[in-house]
Design a protein around this ligand. Structure first.
Ligand code: FDA
Length: 584
């Protein structure tokens, strides 16, 4: 007999585990979440919160979205990405980042009802965890996962209660390993990985010091420091990262992975901070210091049977591009509705296989992108003449040479400008954040060809209603004049039909299908004098089907089917589609 029974057991209460728990609880699925520590993240780590993540949090509820904005650094002060010799020293270059360049800002505003922001993990996790617990998640801290065994009906998990020293067994129908970059769940399940752990060494130094005089006039979350040694190990360069403006900071500095990890004590932390800030008298209040390794590996399969992995458990990569916690939260959005549908008996178990089919390619993409971004600092070092040795006098002379009035110096300046601008693939890669399109049996394309990307798919989001893509955002208006995003109409744990005038047959069929499949299927007619008005015509331009056509979204706001025009037999069409998607 197990000590505890539940529908879904979640190992870990980081961003992935807490959002999985919050979503499952919101969908009415009983779940237990455990964490081996007594509390949540104790160091800031993830900050960059992208628009797709904000859409997930908005779907969890306006109060969750609002609490994030309330605590976060606003996007408007995120973006003067500075490259310098030190904070007090000479500035070498700058680029507008994180959607603050006017052109990028327009793209952000057109793409989503949400805003990118910067929220330390120490603030984000309590918001997510609280949401989960408030909605029904039973959380058990100081409880360590040890092993599990799955059988035809469920999973038996053995844990260690760190308070009592006793063993504890938990029986669940499903198990989620959201247990981070050293995932024991992934290891015990022997899930396949590609790539390598420990390709570089890094240290984090978190401290308090008022650095306003160096930064307030060029507000940013990232200040990149180029000094000899900055390209050794780590994330490609020395980094002074804002945690709270402008008096709490996180320094990331590399070390040679072939050497033993340094012991970062108060003296060393102070030295590194003084060196990167460029103030030999700087006094810091050290909050924490630790070393970590840069990883370059991803799971090629994120589930087996009743066991799933998500977040860093499945994709392990450096913080470049700020994709870690974001992708972890988005994994949870993909899996939670599927688990809910299967637990409620609305869907067959085959639906669960589509989680790995849809998310493993994303894991590969973001691990590859984040590691590539490290390499893309190289041209900046080259342009400055910082490669090829450790002779500080020579490096200084190479860097100074860019200030000469010679053709060589002009070429050097051009190379530097180009190299810095190219870093938009790390600091303004809106496409990487927003373009995820799924391919699996949980979408039905009916042979419609996936549209090509007209612009660079890493840099620019391209809206489409092709089944597999997230529904495009457009503002719609109700009779009272209130505006609603198309994303607000989708989600909320339900399937949604979008149609227009002439599409009444879809709405009629929807209620029958909802009954037949036992699902929530909302239907909205958009058009003049209808439930929602498309005054701007933005939805008509985005939807890629005619007024009488139909677009169906899944609970994770991804389109799963579309049809151009009125149906011959809406009920038959929808029955076919839902049978496939729900594996019935
Ligand atoms: P996470 O590691 O956060 O959580 C794992 C959970 O499992 C914890 O609760 C842990 O206690 C628990 N656990 C582990 N083993 C267990 C066991 N055996 N039993 C019980 N519990 C167990 N990302 C981003 O999106 N934007 C950004 O700006 C940054 N910046 C950034 C900077 C730095 C310096 C670092 C090091 C990392 C980032 N990241 C980031 C990455 C981000 O921190 C990371 O991707 C997320 O924390 C991953 O969330 P998870 O929930 O998957 O794992």
């Amino acid at each position: 007999m197990a000590d505890i029974t539940t529908e879904v057991l979640i190992i870990g209460t980081g961003p992935a585990g807490s959002v999985a728990a919050a979503l499952l609880s919101s969908y009415g699925i009983e779940n237990v979440a455990i964490n081996r520590y007594h509390w949540l993240a104790n160091t800031p780590r993830a900050h960059i919160t992208n628009q797709r993540t904000m859409e997930v949090l908005r779907d969890l509820g306006k109060e969750v979205e609002d609490e994030v904005y309330l605590n976060a650094m606003d996007q408007s002060i995120m973006g003067e990405n500075v490259f310098c010799e030190s904070l007090a020293g000479e500035e070498i270059g700058r680029m507008k980042s994180w959607g603050t360049h006017p052109l990028s800002k327009a793209e952000h505003m057109l793409s989503s009802p949400t805003f990118m922001n910067d929220l330390p993990q120490t603030f984000m996790e309590p918001i997510l965890f609280k949401t989960a617990c408030k909605r029904g998640t039973r959380a058990r801290m100081s409880t360590e996962y040890k092993s599990h065994v799955q059988d035809a009906e469920g999973v038996t998990t053995t844990c260690y209660d760190r308070m009592t020293g006793q063993e504890l067994t938990i029986r669940s129908k499903y198990l989620i390993g959201a247990d981070g970059g050293n995932s024991l769940v992934a290891e015990n399940e022997n899930l396949p990985f590609e790539g390598q752990m420990g390709v570089g060494g890094s240290m984090n130094i978190v401290f308090r010091a008022d650095l306003s005089k160096y930064v307030a006039h060029r507000p940013s979350v990232l200040y990149w420091v180029m000094q000899p040694g900055a390209d050794v190990g780590g994330i490609g360069m020395g980094l002074v990262r804002c945690v709270r403006p402008w008096n709490e900071w996180l320094i990331v500095w590399g070390y040679d992975i072939n050497e033993p990890a340094p012991n970062v004590d108060e003296a060393m932390a102070t030295d590194v901070a003084r060196q990167l800030v460029g103030d030999p008298e700087l006094e810091i209040e050290l909050l924490s210091a630790n070393t970590w390794t840069v990883n370059d590996t991803y799971a090629t399969r994120m589930s087996r049977g009743r066991v799933f992995i998500m977040g860093d458990a499945a994709h392990r990569h450096p913080p470049s591009n700020g994709l870690g916690s974001n992708t972890s939260i988005q994994d949870a959005f993909n899996l939670a509705w599927k688990l809910a549908a299967v637990v409620k008996g609305q869907a067959g178990e085959r639906l669960l296989e589509t989680y790995s089919e849809e998310r493993a390619p994303v894991a590969k993409q973001i691990v590859t992108r984040a590691n590539q971004s490290i390499g893309e600092f190289g041209p900046i070092f080259e342009a400055l003449g910082m490669t090829g040795g450790t002779d500080i006098t020579k490096i200084k002379a190479n860097m100074d040479a860019r200030c000469d009035s010679t053709p060589e110096a002009e070429a050097q300046r051009e190379a530097l400008n180009k190299a810095i601008a190219f870093k938009k693939y790390e600091f303004d890669a809106h496409g990487v954040e927003m373009n995820q399109r799924y391919r699996s049996d949980a979408t039905v394309t009916d042979g419609q060809i996936e549209p090509d990307f007209k612009l660079d798919a890493d840099l620019h989001y391209q809206p489409t209603t092709w089944p597999g893509a997230r529904i495009p955002h457009a503002w719609l208006f109700d009779a009272a004049g209130q505006k609603h995003s198309t994303l607000d109409l989708a989600g909320g744990g339900a399937f949604t039909i979008f149609t227009g005038l002439g599409g009444e047959a879809w709405v009629e069929a929807a209620s029958k299908i909802a009954k037949e499949f036992g699902i929530t299927l909302n239907a909205h007619v958009i058009g003049p004098r209808q439930e929602y008005m498309d005054y701007t015509g933005d939805w008509a331009r985005a939807r890629e089907v005619g007024d009488s056509g139909c677009i169906i979204t899944r609970p994770d706001q991804h389109v799963c089917w579309r049809h151009d025009g009125a149906p011959d037999n809406a009920e038959a069409e929808l029955t076919r589609v839902f049978k496939t998607i729900l594996a019935r």
